[in-house]
Design a protein around this ligand. Sequence first.
Ligand code: GLN
Ligand code: ZN
Length: 758
Amino acid sequence: MVRSSVLGYPRIGADREWKKALEAFWSGKLEETAFHTQLQEIRLDHLRKQQEKGIDFIPVNDFSYYDHILDTAAMFGMIPQRFPYEGGVVPLSVYYGIARGTKDAAASEMTKWFNTNYHYIVPELAGASPILTENKPLAAYREAKEKLGIEGKPVIVGPLTFLKLSKGYSISELDVWLERLLPLYVRILQELAAEGVQWVQMDEPILVMKLSAADVQRLNNIYETFAASVPNLNIMLQTYFESVEHYSDIVALPIQGIGLDFVHGLSGNMQSIKALGFPADKILGAGVIDGRGIWKASLRGKLKLLDELVELVTPERLIVQSSCSLLHVPVTTEIETKLTSELKNSLAFADEKLDEIVFLTKALSSGSAGILAELDKCDRTIQDLQQSGERNRIGIQQAVAALSVQQPKRSRPFAERYSVQQAKWQLPLFPTTTIGSFPQSAEVRKARQLWRKGEWNNEQYADFIREQIDIWIKLQEEIGLDVLVHGEFERTDMVEFFGEKLAGFAFTQNGWVQSYGSRCVKPPIIFGDVAFTEQMTVEETKYAQSRTQRPVKGMLTGPITIMNWSFVREDIPREQIAYQLAYALRQEVVALEQAGIGMIQVDEPAVREGLPLKEDEQADYLAWAVKAFRIATCTVQETTQIHTHMCYCEFHDMIDSIEAMDADVISIETSRSHGELIHSFELNTYKLGIGLGVYDIHSPRIPSVEEMTGMIERALRVLNAKLFWINPDCGLKTRGLEETVASLRNMVVATKIARAKH
Ligand code: GLN
Ligand code: ZN
């Protein structure tokens, strides 16, 4: 009998109950006991749902009060020393302090979970002395059993992944840390075994990355220790997000099951299994239902794949499961009322994926009559969308095909553009500018709400936006900035704003996914061919330009960022989606230029997020990402200055690609990189215009002139002064008015000091 399994279920709740409970607790509106009760209800509700659908292996301990990596660190008592902690179960005040910071101690760093948009809290090992503060997986197992009679499958972050994702130790200390942690893991597992737990899911997604020989040795050591200390517990070693590296080492481990991703790692994992076989003594967890995508699976295709796998293992040794935790998809399509039925029927969020998993499991086991009808129905749904007008904008497809044949190019190379642009714009040494947005005050948010609710008509709202632009154009002039922006007051979100105006996009009412902590995002869905239908930014930008003699920079979100922050169709390659977006944006760039806007910024903060995990696929991705940017921007006149912005600092390995984008000016976040970024530029002098952010916009603190002078001088040691711009790290929309004005004033003073000196 084939069985079914899920690797993890979304925490947030169909109506974001979880988020609301957390925020109520933080603000003091919900007291602790009631908070625990609410979260328990949410947790049990999720378990019940999986039970009712008929999932065989239901995950427990996948739930969290914030983040599962933070949970693991807290379980091991790894509390950074700046937080008051005296041992025992970690109090919520400390737990949330690490996640969010307190008035006395800064939060731990947070970073992206592999190539997803989920962020985890990075454990800090320095100074920690690991102890087991509670057996969380055991508590979760007991709860599910007592309350619902569920024989749960505890999910635990594996030791190798946990350590590899932590910081605050040197490589040479890794074994020491492993020695400290292993006994704690063993204790957890022994207690689980004693309780009668049959299976645990040990998550080791790090196994999809290339490991050193020493790490492979550590892997052996870990799982041999478990096998020796807890012989009667079954371990499902779970991987996801890609195919595993070191397949032969992994299948040789003394474990009972191996979970592989047959969606995102399909070809690699299939190849390994076919070439090297799958061990006869192990269970295969076949991740065939996409835990990250939102589309209904082709059930016929999945069944075919599973049939192939059954040949290689046996039905008894096969588990049908999601490719990864369902954390990365919204909860259910059921409550969506505004999507066309064509689109809605084609979507599968977490709950619909449970149905798919159960269906496939049953289909494999029984092959009963209803199955064919179900497969036909599924085929028809997929076909309907496929044949819809939305996916068949022939004009777009042809235009994009023609465009992407050659590498698009500006009419002249940067060195030549530089002098004509200098002549035209007459900017001073070290021009100053900002990244685009200014504070979205309560007033701005309220105005938007009134307009959305229909209480304000378009004219009233447009007047309000113009007033804001007026205020900020005046302020920018008064502060003394050289290149101004209109402030982005009409935008809630830099992707949604464009998605709403382009064809090929859809928006859900409730398609939220957790991004970090209680913060959820609702990515747009790119389901059709993307097309430009109306001007998107021209009116506001033109208006802003009409109010000043200084240049106003137009502000667009780039093709790769729009794509990476959306859920996208899977019937065409991502590369094609990027080109379609680029082609649409190009039309906006042309419109801006025609309206007299001579500086246009195309933001690409999310380029790095789309970088494939596998190194050998990265160059290809970067090449088409660069090409998409160039499609969007290369038609402009040589005097028109193209800007771009990226807000992360780890791109020592990407400088060549960034240069290849051929933007006249790039502004990037610097302050959080503690000088590392500048170091990367020492190794590879950047040849185009560049503004390194001189202050961190994530904090309300007003940076002093001296601090910024320091940043500027440090950058000028390695960068060409003629190409250097001065700007904050990122957009200012989350900041307050007064701190923003004060910070920018200091920035201008620091700039003047630098000009006098150089
Ligand atoms: N132009 C955008 C802004 O200023 C850029 C935001 C970003 O980089 N994430 O808000
Ligand atoms: Zn940014």
